[in-house]
Design a protein around this ligand. Structure first.
Ligand SMILES: NC(=O)c1ccc[n+]([C@@H]2O[C@H](COP(=O)([O-])OP(=O)(O)OC[C@H]3O[C@@H](n4cnc5c(N)ncnc54)[C@H](OP(=O)(O)O)[C@@H]3O)[C@@H](O)[C@H]2O)c1
Length: 289
């Protein structure tokens, strides 16, 4: 039984690769842009026709949120057009399609954790493209879309690595305290996806198409998150809380994007770590780049 992973050199894809030896019922095909450029429709069809994957996990995406405001064409090509290519290739061999999306599909005006059926209203080009990509994925009956938030890993570039690096070099850092969400350790999400695939392949659970929310447990601001990073790393750097208006960036972020994970927990018996526990775990793993 084959699992084909796209974007396998990114944060989530790399964590899936790392965990794959634990899931011996599967044969894994790891691809990134050099092996399978998902914007190439014909290449997707040929690869899927040859490999006939049982599951496809799409970890490839355009993830530069601020750059997407001006680089909109490429962002949409990857986050929408390429999803069309993958869906049409999945249809050829009846593969289950697991697609990853984002909390940035919401406007952040809520004050209670978002459920899957809540109204979407993306505020950025990245969020708009990811929402359009979700709709493309969901047009195929064997698709599950997993929305996640504030993803980080020891691999790649992310908030945790940036703060750890800058806090090692500077005496103080300004970090916004008026955006609230939940960090997600990519290793935890990778394990959850593989466990779900394993349960479906083993007949323990049925595949149920639709949207699911997944992040670590708990709630924090970027300021709290930065303070925790500095504390765990024992760095001598003061984190100053600042307002979003005093830290201008190109793309508008949702001020509140906590995800309610009840659906995925009950559908697939998923257990989720608190964000702080997973942060400590990740910071004790030596960074790989
Ligand atoms: N990062 C976050 O904070 C966050 C938050 C919420 C949701 N998400 C979603 O979670 C998913 C995984 O994110 P991530 O952080 O793991 O992403 P990532 O680290 O940016 O990895 C994406 C991978 O896709 C590759 N890629 C780019 N163009 C490609 C193409 N044409 N064909 C095949 N592969 C291509 C990238 O290669 P290059 O590096 O060479 O471009 C990279 O290896 C994405 O859907 C993202 O939208 C992320």
């Amino acid at each position: 039984m084959k699992i084909l992973v796209t974007g396998a050199n990114g944060q989530l894809g790399s964590e899936i690769k790392k965990l794959s030896p634990l899931f011996s019922r599967f044969e894994f095909i790891f691809t990134d842009v050099n092996e399978l450029d998902i914007t190439d429709r014909q290449a997707c069809r040929e690869m899927f026709d040859r490999q006939k994957p049982f599951f496809v996990i799409n970890c490839a995406a355009y993830t530069a949120v601020d750059k997407a405001e001006s680089d909109t064409e490429l962002a949409w090509k990857l986050n929408v057009g390429a999803v069309e290519n993958l869906v049409s290739a999945c249809e050829i061999c009846g593969s289950y399609f697991i697609h990853i999306s984002t909390d940035y599909v919401f406007d952040g005006k809520s004050y209670i954790p978002y459920v899957e059926t809540d109204k979407t209203a993306p505020q950025s080009e990245y969020g708009k493209g990811k929402l359009a990509g979700e709709n493309v994925a969901l047009s195929y009956s064997k698709s599950a879309v997993i929305r996640t938030s504030w993803l980080y890993s020891a691999i790649g570039s992310n908030f945790v690595k940036t703060i750890a690096k800058l806090a090692g070099e500077r005496k103080s850092l300004n970090v916004v305290f008026d955006q609230t969400g939940t960090p997600t350790y990519a290793g935890d999400l990778a394990l959850t996806i593989l466990q779900i695939a394993d349960k479906i392949a083993g007949g323990e659970k049925e595949f149920a198409a639709g949207i699911y929310h997944y992040s670590n447990e708990g709630v924090c601001s970027w300021y709290d998150f930065a303070c925790a990073i500095v504390k765990i790393k024992r760095l001598d750097c003061k984190i100053n809380p600042v307002e979003t208006k005093d830290y201008p960036v190109r793309a508008t972020r949702p001020p509140y994007s906590v995800l309610n994970k009840s659906k995925i927990k009950s559908a697939y018996d998923v257990e989720i770590n608190h964000w702080h526990t997973s942060l400590e775990k990740m910071l004790n793993i030596k960074s790989e780049d």
